[in-house]
Each structure stands twice: as structure tokens, then as C-alpha cells.
Design a protein around this ligand. Structure first.
Ligand code: IMP
Ligand code: MG
Length: 181
């Protein structure tokens, strides 16, 4: 698995430090909203980030998950078509929704999901993303909490996959082109 890694971009220690900071910021920003905060993790890439992030939040928080697909297996670019594969279990009407993403690339997935949450009557919709890859943005999305900015590389690790692999790496890395070309 390590042979396919071009470069480690963010170490396990740096991720942990930044996730802690984001958790504190979220705690401060949402303090006093009385049980109405729900973190919506976008499967599957955001699972590792969300699991670590909730442990750093010190106010009551619910979690739920949604699964959408815009990539086919083995593809490295967004198709622009977003399909809901698994919807939320919870009713988010009158809740403060914090969408939790692994990486924002074109921005299509996130802008589509924000619109859905607003249409369903969320009290507020904010976005937390572990990584931001602004180089290929097609749709502007406002990011409220961002872990790190990454270069225009294919990223894997800490939940993020290439063709369902590499999610279990503890660090974030750029994948070597030879692994996906
Ligand atoms: P967007 O709709 O183009 O912003 O794509 C968002 C989704 O594409 C993310 O949630 C990831 O699942 C996936 N994605 C985007 N860039 C990468 C990458 O570099 N590595 C792995 N997955 C990526
Ligand atoms: Mg994703």
C-alpha cells in the first residue's frame, strides 16, 4: 500500500491537533442551542473525521449519515451527478445541521446537499470539511470549518479512498499517478 504513496501531506499528529481545534471552535459557536445540533457525515469518506471530531465537541450533539455518489469506482473526477444512495434517519426540520465532509473538490456534492437541508427546513446549515481542494472548484461553497487546504493531487488516507482502498491510512497522502492511471 505504501508503494503507491507519492508524498505524505499531513501527519497523524497534525490531523489530531487540527481536529481538536475545530471541535473547540464548533463547541464555542454552537454553545447554548439546546440539543438541536446534528452532524451529518457524508459516507464513507467522512467517517474517520466525524468519529474523531465528535469526541472534541463538548456540547450535546446528534449524528446521522447520508451516502451520495458522484464518482464511479476507479474514477478520479466528479461526474457532476449526485445521487442519494442512503438518506438520513433523522428528521432535520428545525435542527442546526453541520455537514461533515472529507474533501471538497468541485463543490458539486456539498452545494447539492446544502440545498437539500435548507429545503427540508433546517434551522441553519454549515459545512465542516477536513480538506479543501480549491483548484478544481466549479461551484462556490461557503466552508465554515476547514481542516487543511490541499494541492490538486489525488488524496487518500484518514477515511479518504481511491476505489475503496487506503481509507485505513492514519495520515493524509497524495497518491502516485501510477496507482490510478
Ligand atoms: P466534489 O463534489 O467534486 O466536491 O467531490 C466531493 C467528493 O469527491 C468527496 O467527498 C470525496 O469523496 C471525493 N473526492 C474529491 N477529491 C478526492 C480526492 O482527491 N481523493 C479521494 N476522493 C476525492
Ligand atoms: Mg465523499
Amino acid at each position: 500500500m505504501r508503494d503507491d504513496i507519492k508524498e505524505v501531506l499531513i501527519s497523524e499528529e497534525d490531523i489530531a491537533k487540527r481536529v481538536k481545534e475545530l471541535g473547540s471552535q464548533i463547541t464555542e459557536d454552537y454553545r447554548g442551542i439546546d440539543d438541536d445540533l446534528i452532524l451529518v457525515g457524508i459516507l464513507k469518506g467522512a467517517v474517520v473525521f466525524l468519529a474523531d471530531l465528535i469526541k472534541e465537541i463538548e456540547i450535546p450533539v446528534m449524528i446521522d449519515f447520508m451516502s451520495v455518489s458522484s464518482y464511479g469506482k476507479g474514477r478520479t473526477e466528479s461526474s457532476g451527478v449526485v445521487r442519494i444512495l442512503k438518506d438520513l434517519d433523522e428528521d432535520i426540520h428545525d435542527k442546526h445541521v453541520l455537514l461533515v465532509e472529507d474533501i471538497i473538490d468541485s463543490g458539486l456534492t456539498l452545494s447539492y446537499l446544502s440545498d437539500i437541508m435548507i429545503r427540508r427546513g433546517a434551522k441553519s446549515v454549515k459545512v465542516a470539511t477536513l480538506l479543501n481542494k480549491p483548484a478544481r472548484r466549479e461551484k462556490e461553497v461557503s466552508i465554515d470549518y476547514c481542516g487543511f487546504e490541499v494541492p490538486n493531487e489525488f488524496i487518500v488516507g484518514y477515511g479518504i479512498d481511491y476505489s475503496e482502498m487506503y481509507r485505513n491510512l492514519t495520515f493524509i497522502a497524495a497518491l502516485d499517478e501510477k496507482a490510478y492511471s
